[in-house]
Ligand binder design. Structure first.
Ligand code: ATR
Length: 263
């Protein structure tokens, strides 16, 4: 039986096993996908078990997407540019790290039928997932990407990676077609982002990376203002699907059932 793992800390909340085990069963594969909370000093041991074929693939989540990189033999182009790894596999005697968050975001936006080409995007936050989102937005042809983070230094660091970024002060709101909440504000039901959206106008897309709760106060605000909004659920499903395809060579269809698994 093949064995797959998602590692992180905390890990209890992870819904990756629900998705992967559903697809494993649907495709009649002899495999199992589990979650494992690990400490930083256990990373090496887990990677070793991949080398020894005791494990067949690993997903990585907070806070190890960057920290895991020194333990790998090779990075895909996407993982290298973003310095972020969420999917690991063993090929040609090498442990390879890849980043499927990029594809996850891209597919989620396509699923929405929103055309990023020539659009102005405004990102709130500069945490772990943001390099992947910027990479995807640049690939999809955004005309301008602005970013604002409470701790400005982290936004400035991202500008080192992505030179064309426009860094704004936290609190500043500029003109945009799409705004993305990539902060952790909203994970608690009562959290709200203290920004003035009164001059934003209509026909904007508000996107929240958070999918639990399904409608953060940020998205409720968008709804109140008559704007389009979307949570991060499809991004999460599509990043899992891309990892599943790498490991099993199968791209499952995304239907109602799988979407409901995350409710
Ligand atoms: P990490 O920074 O470890 O990658 P993350 O959950 O990916 O963690 O990112 C958290 C993001 O939410 C950061 O951009 C953080 O801003 P700081 O860099 O200033 O910490 C942002 N964030 C968290 N709480 C916030 C708050 N109350 N107001 C504004 N931004 C907040």
């Amino acid at each position: 039986m093949k064995k797959y793992l998602v590692i992180g800390s905390p890990i209890n909340h992870s819904l990756s096993p629900n998705l992967h085990n559903y697809w494993i069963k649907e495709n009649g594969l002899n495999a199992i996908y589990e979650k494992k909370k690990i400490e930083e000093n256990e990373i090496e041991l887990v990677i070793d078990s991949l080398r020894k074929n005791e494990i067949d693939g690993i997903n990585v989540t907070v806070p190890y997407k960057k920290k895991i990189i020194p333990f790998l033999d090779k990075l895909s182009y996407e993982a290298d540019i973003t310095q972020s790894v969420n999917t690991i596999y063993f090929k040609d005697e090498k442990v390879v790290g890849h980043n499927t968050d990029i594809e996850g975001f891209e597919m989620a936006i396509k699923h929405l039928k929103f055309d990023i080409t020539q659009k102005k995007i405004f990102i709130l936050g500069a945490g772990g997932v943001v390099p992947s989102i910027i990479f995807a937005l640049e690939k999809m042809g955004a005309s301008q990407i602005s970013i604002s983070n409470r701790t400005r230094k982290k936004a400035d660091d991202l500008k080192e990676m992505f030179k064309s970024l426009n860094v704004l002060e936290w609190g500043e709101v500029n003109n945009f077609d799409m705004i993305i909440n990539a902060t952790s504000v909203g994970l608690k039901k009562d959290d709200f982002i203290n920004l003035d959206f009164s001059k934003v106008g209509k026909n904007k897309l508000f996107y929240d990376v958070i999918y639990n709760p399904t409608k953060t106060n940020f998205l409720k605000k968008a709804e109140e203002m008559g704007n389009t909004f979307e949570n991060g659920k499809m991004m999460f499903i599509f990043q899992a699907l891309a990892a599943f395809n790498i490991w099993h060579g199968i791209k499952p269809k995304v239907g109602e059932k799988i979407i409901k698994i995350l409710d």
